[in-house]
Write a protein that binds this ligand. Structure first.
Ligand SMILES: Nc1ncnc2c1ncn2[C@@H]1O[C@H](COP(=O)(O)OP(=O)(O)OP(=O)(O)O)[C@@H](O)[C@H]1O
Ligand SMILES: [Mg+2]
Length: 510
């Protein structure tokens, strides 16, 4: 008898349906899996044999052929154990499954029949839903993650025995439910607050603008001025995630196997701060079995690179293309993998090895050659992709001893949320969420300047020698500043502030 059982695989960040076709026929006993299985899939036989025997079932001594369709895509990992086991049981008529076309199975088997957690369940279940499947059986530990998909009946399978009993109607399992609205209402709380940061008003303003529009930002200043402190408080003012953004971020964490247990969904913007010893692959993704890197794990959130020049030069240079496109593409013999990486890059650095170049109160002890080689670690093209360059000077004593608390993160976040809401509404249906993602065509549409503003932009472009990219980025930042004020039109003061954020590179790098 031949049966067809649905399962899922991963291509980049998206799932696809795998049809597990099993033919059990008379003839010489054999076991063959075709359809480009990798070693883990081929080895499933021994796991399935042992798991089945725990519950009194067997692999029949017949000719068994398993075809994994589509046949031209490589199938990886052990997540196909469960559908292959179900296919075998139904094709050998040991059990009967009703309406197999309406369900899907995914899960890895242990020798004792328990079902182990697998990666990428969310994208697979999303795809299954889109293909008309309404019932999925996934590992118990992945069940909440899968239940995020509205309208899907999700069963968390602890072991093969429970699943068989459910199918043959001996004992039913209860579908897993997740209340998404409730999850979203308990919005995240960040323990670090901007009220702890004394002074540094202009740096805080820049962080507010960056958060509101999702712009990249570089903090530069002497040691101990509070750069790390400021950046670590950024999550407390980031705009709330929309459901679509949260789903995208969760997909990336799901395929990377980084979704924490018992956390069905990423609910606040990711904030990743990898150490500067990270490799290029760790940062941008890749490896023999490609996995998303830190830039993709920070998708729809923040990638914070503290002490930027300390990072390996090759690691920083691979950031260039993804920063521009919002996706990383990794090519391997068996295909190209694309992972989204629409994140805000936030970086901090000292202006020279001793840290005091350009400081009012300390003399810099570095030679010009040392300074230029230090700054040279951050290349021009990378710098050009950072929208806001902001100097964080040493804090003055007067600010430090002041006892009036600074503005709290909650207050700042209110303004950021308001500005972001304007953007989400404006860009509805275009697939983008914030000003930082504007394409040249959309810039043309939404960042039109009046006569005064245009005049100012023109003279800045010529006098500062801005690149075409910098020009576009200034317009996007100006759009955000206008949105923070709730203004439709970009005025010259908005342009002026946006240009100011692009003048620091001339002070240090010129
Ligand atoms: N503006 C400030 N208000 C209050 N405390 C501050 C401020 N700036 C710095 N501090 C104090 O100094 C400590 C060190 O600051 P931080 O680590 O942010 O400096 P940094 O600029 O990152 O220095 P480095 O260049 O050496 O990395 C903070 O943990 C905090 O206690
Ligand atoms: Mg620091």
């Amino acid at each position: 008898m031949i049966t067809k059982i649905n399962s899922g695989g991963l291509q980049g960040i998206d799932g696809y349906i795998i049809s597990v076709e099993t033919n059990v026929s008379g003839g010489f006993p054999a076991w063959e899996i075709v359809g480009l299985p990798d070693t883990a899939v081929r080895e499933s036989k021994e796991r399935i044999r042992s798991a089945l025997s725990s519950f009194g079932y067997v692999i029949p001594g017949k000719r068994i052929v398993i075809n994994l369709a589509p046949a031209d895509v490589k199938k990886e990992g052990a997540a196909l154990d469960l559908p292959i086991a179900v296919g075998l049981l139904t094709a050998s008529e040991q059990i009967y499954l009703q309406k197999p076309q309406e369900c899907a199975f995914v899960g890895e088997l242990s020798l004792d029949g328990s079902v182990r957690r697998v990666t990428g369940v969310l994208p697979m279940v999303i795809k299954a839903y889109q293909s008309g499947i309404r019932k999925v059986f996934v590992p118990y530990e992945n069940a909440e993650e899968a239940a995020v998909v509205k309208g899907m009946e999700v069963y968390g399978v602890k072991n093969l025995g429970d699943l068989i009993e459910h199918i043959i109607g001996v004992r039913s399992m209860v579908p897993v439910k997740v209340d998404i609205d409730k999850l979203f209402s308990g919005s995240s709380k960040w323990s670090l607050d901007f009220s702890e940061v004394r002074g540094q008003e202009s740096a805080k303003r820049a962080l507010e603008v960056a958060a509101a529009g999702g712009h990249n930002l570089l903090l530069i200043g002497p040691p101990g001025s509070g750069k790390t402190m400021l950046a670590q408080r950024l999550p407390s003012i980031l705009p709330d995630l929309t459901f679509d953004e949260a789903l995208e971020a969760t997909k990336v964490h799901s395929i990377a196997g980084r979704l924490p247990r018992n956390v069905p969904m990423i609910l606040s913007r990711p904030f990743r701060s990898p150490h500067h010893t990270i490799s290029a692959v760790g940062l941008s993704g890749g490896g023999t079995n490609p996995k998303p890197g830190e830039i993709s794990l920070s998708h729809n959130g923040v990638l914070f690179l503290d002490e930027l020049p300390e990072f390996r030069k090759d690691a920083l240079e691979v950031l260039r293309q993804p920063l521009e496109d919002g996706v990383v593409s990794i090519t391997r013999v068996n295909g190209t993998y694309s992972y989204p990486c629409n994140m805000m890059l936030v970086a901090s650095m000292n202006p020279c090895p001793c840290g005091f170049y350009g400081d009012k109160n300390h003399d810099c002890t570095c030679t010009p050659k040392k300074i230029s080689s230090y700054l040279g670690k951050v290349s021009g093209p990378l710098l050009d992709r950072i929208d806001l360059h902001i100097e964080v000077p040493a804090v003055e004593y007067k600010a430090l001893e002041s006892h009036t608390p600074a503005e709290s993160s909650v207050k700042i976040k209110e303004r950021v949320n308001k500005a972001r809401k304007i953007q989400t509404m404006r860009y509805k249906g275009t697939g983008i969420y914030s000003n930082s993602q504007l394409t040249p065509a959309l810039i043309d549409k939404y960042c039109r300047l009046g006569e005064d503003a245009n005049e100012l932009m023109k003279s800045a472009f010529e006098n500062l020698g801005l690149s075409a990219r910098a020009h576009n980025r200034v317009l996007k930042v100006a759009r955000t500043i206008a949105d923070l004020e709730g203004q439709d039109e970009i005025k010259s003061e908005h342009i002026a502030e946006a240009i100011m954020y692009r003048s620091l590179d001339r002070k240090f790098w010129a």
